[in-house]
Ligand binder design. Structure first.
Ligand code: ADE
Ligand code: ZN
Length: 337
């Protein structure tokens, strides 16, 4: 079996997916029509032509503008269900989905509208596709810590639906220290914590996210390659990294994938996972990311199976379900590898 076919049916989890980043142009236009929202593009092709980013901020500007078509609970439901339907074809067995409440509440959309639409789709998706899930809400780091505190307060009535808090948006100029108090408060009430760090920022941001925010997993983490001691610390603490190759390529975090550090870091004993980030904007869902990495690095089936195993190991699933899913990967590897 070739690696493409091996990847296709390899059981895996996705741990770094912004649900708003799965908004495909077709659905964006449909929702714009539904709500009579003006979008400054004449056609789907015209919109796709704008997906030519030179940095994270370039992308974020278009991504936040695109999210404006999401207005009702039904919109969030359709967005989330479409993502699940799509990744069920990629043999995704578990997802940990990010959403950005402030992108919506700042436009006057109720927190309840957003969380209820997303979570009801996840419940239905688990029934229809057998995909288990967790929900993580991210604070937008270009906004203030007070605004993050306000979001945390709004989330408390829905605490049973939300497993953790995250930190995303513009990394440059918005270091982890800015959110130390709100992360401490979130952890005190029982949320897990993750943070984007070392995507466009330095390895100090990764170290600070660990030391100051007490995170349970690192999102991206590319610049960890600049510090041997930090790699050792992350390895000792068994903190997983959710890496996103096609995102890094599109946002020019990585010039190409020929020297992409996922395999090297994996070989050094770190828990590296492969994810899509914002698949509608970066030209590929999770299997496209596995494939792009395989094409660049000429991975073995053992490497590919290990990345899939890491996706369960690095997840926030129970130890029992982790073990069952890892066993599924090993059986698949033994039969197909
Ligand atoms: N929000 C959505 N995608 C993001 C990324 N790659 N980095 C930071 N914030 C984001
Ligand atoms: Zn991200």
């Amino acid at each position: 079996m070739n690696n493409k076919d091996f990847i296709q049916n390899l059981p895996k989890a996705e741990l770094h997916i912004h649900i708003e980043g799965s908004l495909e142009p077709e659905l964006m236009f449909e929702l714009a029509r539904r709500h009579a929202v003006n979008i400054p593009y004449t056609s789907i092709d015209d919109l796709k032509a704008a997906y030519n980013f030179t940095c994270l901020q370039d992308f974020l500007d278009i991504y936040y503008a695109g999210a404006d078509v999401l207005r009702t609970k039904q919109d969030f439901y359709e967005l989330t269900y479409a993502y699940l339907e799509r990744v069920s074809q990629d043999k995704v067995r578990h997802v940990e989905v990010f959403f950005d409440p402030q992108t919506h509440t700042d436009r006057g959309i109720a927190f309840a509208t957003v969380i209820e639409g997303i979570s009801e789709a996840l419940v239905q998706g688990e029934k229809d596709f057998g995909i288990s899930y967790h929900i993580i809400m991210c604070f937008l780091r270009h906004l203030s810590e007070d605004a993050a505190f306000d979001t945390l307060k709004q989330a408390l009535p829905y605490k049973q639906l939300i497993l953790g808090v995250g930190l995303d948006s513009s990394e440059k100029g918005n270091p982890p220290a800015k959110f130390q108090k709100v992360f401490a408060a979130a952890k005190r009430v029982g949320f897990l914590a993750v943070a984007h760090a070392g995507e466009e920022g330095t390895h100090e941001n990764i170290a600070d996210a660990i030391a100051l925010l007490n995170i349970d997993r690192i999102d991206h983490g590319n610049s960890i390659t600049n510090s041997q001691s930090l790699q050792q610390e992350v390895k000792d603490k068994q903190l997983a990294l959710t890496m996103c190759p096609l995102s890094n390529l599109k946002l020019q975090v990585s010039e190409n994938l020929d020297n992409y550090p996922a395999k090297q870091l994996h070989d050094e004993g770190l828990i590296i996972t492969i994810n899509s980030d914002d698949p509608a904007y970066f030209g590929g869902y999770i299997n496209d990311n596995y494939l792009a990495l395989d094409n660049a690095l000429k991975l073995s089936k053992r490497d590919l199976a290990d990345f899939a195993i890491n996706s369960f190991k690095g997840s926030f699933l129970s130890e029992d379900r982790k073990a069952a899913l890892i066993d599924e990967v090993e059986r698949y590897y033994n039969e197909q590898g």
